[in-house]
Ligand binder design. Sequence first.
Ligand code: HEM
Length: 493
Amino acid sequence: MEIENNASILMVVFILFISLFCTCFIFYKTKVHCRCKICHAYVTSSWSFEFDNLCDWYTHLLQNSPTKTIHIHVLHNTITSNHQNVEYMLKTRFENYPKGKAFSAILGDFLGRGIFNVDGDSWRFQRKMACLELGKMSMKAHAFEVVKYEIDHRLTPLLSSCTRKEHQVLDFQDVFRRFSFDVICKFSFGYDPKCLHESFPMSELAIAFDLASQLSAQRAMTTSPLVWKIKRLLNVGSERRLQESINMVNKFANEVIRQRKKLGSCCNHEDLLSRFMAKTKDSIYLRDIVISFLLAGRDTVASSLTGLFWVLAQQPKVVDAIRAEAMMVTQHEAFTSFEQFHELHYLHAVVYEGMRLFPPIQFNSKFCLQDDTLPDGTFVRKGTRVTYHSYAMGRMETIWGSDCLAFKPERWLKDGVFYQENPFKYPVFQAGYRTCLGKEMALVEIKSVILSFLLRFDIEIAYPSLTPRFSPGLTATYAGGLPLRVRERRGKI
Ligand code: HEM
């Protein structure tokens, strides 16, 4: 009995010792003791007394920094909104700013060796393969067909039925998330989760996918990776839920791959998975590649549509101009091919302007491999996280002029023709060697939704005093969604 008691006491002492050791280690490693004004505001969240969102506080700090660069010591994070620094990281010294091991560790359980999560040869191989496939005309036509089907058979009927119910308020963020999940699953896997079906079903895959990306993002917000690593080791709390949701996503992906392998080459599938299967037989690798595409193409599109509709619901003149341009290009007929979109310069400018103010990926981090000095003179020590902040960059007077906060599509037009700004001043799709591979598809998807919507419906924001508040996550998500009222435009197609 006494031996048992002693063993219990020893065990408790041991656990206390380990906890104390870990706490001290985390304290030491993360410099949570830094008492500078900025770090203090970050650790105590006192910034939130003055700002709605963390990104607004960072924007304020960056606007007031002479170099447009700041350093958050407790996060070992240098944050910049200086476009020369962005070009330096993403192009000039690309090899010195990889995603790095810390980032791979955060997303590794979820994304494995998928393109989003790797550097070096593995990244080069996947990028080359994906570029070849996504560049093909047949792939672009396939993407357009998938988007068109989802709009004609799901989105438009849903909105029409909504207009028949008086005072009905619809959460457009939810609608766009369902829409883009259906589209990217069909495009990537050839699988239709039917999330936007009239009955608004809850897709178990979508729920597990959301949870996995949310909880993975939370890992990045802890002041030390040791916190989530210990939780993962003990399989407790958020780490346990993360593992469960990852298992669910993997189970689903493995099943689709198994079914597709069984069918062999007998059926001519157009989806991305079938095309990649011709290049590699490694099932886990295939799964990782496709899950990365789901992540890349789902929330980004939904987020940009939500931000754009938030703005459009309050800009009737812009809506009128979009309609007028569409009528001129199509001569009052329906859009039948994606080539027609190239003629819609004003609409293109609206989409770019919307994402300037509300970029779906608000910031992006790399890790510095060797000590370096950025073009603005900021010294960066080896191992530091370096982040460019697209949200803040869209609000910099130094880049966009004194009207930087105004929504002005005209700033993208020269004599009525869309004019592309320096991509390092507008890294919404990233820039340099790792530029987004789905940009064209995303733009066709976004423009198709805006057009089909505005030509047929009027929209009105349900609660005009609402201001955007973002929930933490890998992509900008609007807390509380986007509640809008929809009305059919009488006599219009
Ligand atoms: C408005 C929509 C979109 C935005 C704003 C966007 C933005 C971005 C950004 C910022 C990156 C860099 C991410 C990083 O390196 O951490 C990226 C990469 C990527 N995006 Fe997109 N994206 C969008 C839609 C899409 C779609 C629809 C697809 C797929 C069909 C896609 C596929 C990819 C891929 C594969 C990469 C990785 C490229 C690489 O690492 O070489 N994206 N995107």
